[in-house]
Design a protein around this ligand. Sequence first.
Ligand code: CA2
Length: 146
Amino acid sequence: MTVRILVLNGPNLNLLGTRQPEIYGADTLEEIQRRLEQHFAGRDVELRFHQSNHEGEIIEQIHQARTWANGIVLNPGAYSHYSVAIRDAISSVNLPVVEVHLSNIHAREAFRHNLVITPVCVGSVVGFGWRSYLWGIEALLAHLSR
Ligand code: CA2
């Protein structure tokens, strides 16, 4: 059976590859998506990608995922640090979510250590650049097949 995964990206991640490559890597979001598609081609996995700079749209995507997805890999961007609304959306749907971050947020500014969404996720992968998504998807697949 095909496993369907929403890979959901939050604010400013559409600008990846344009600035701060030392923190976030040189790849654009489109390049990361292409690599993930290539990596999972040949496995029974469907990846659907979405990016939004708007909290409400991210919440809508999480709600809609209930109708088609088996789970979500989520990089909430800066919302990670304060969006109780996204946290509540995840708690409201019965879908496993793996949180991912390109950078190692624990090694950065103190405000990035505050993670309000992490406790309602099944786990998280941080600090490995685009491979955080790769291993986040693998972790979600392992969680779903347990
Ligand atoms: O490390 C991550 O993946 C983050 O979620 C990225 C967010 C940041 O607020 C989180 O604390 C950690 C920021 C994404 C900003 O993306 C940029 C894109 C282009 C140029 C500069 C930043």
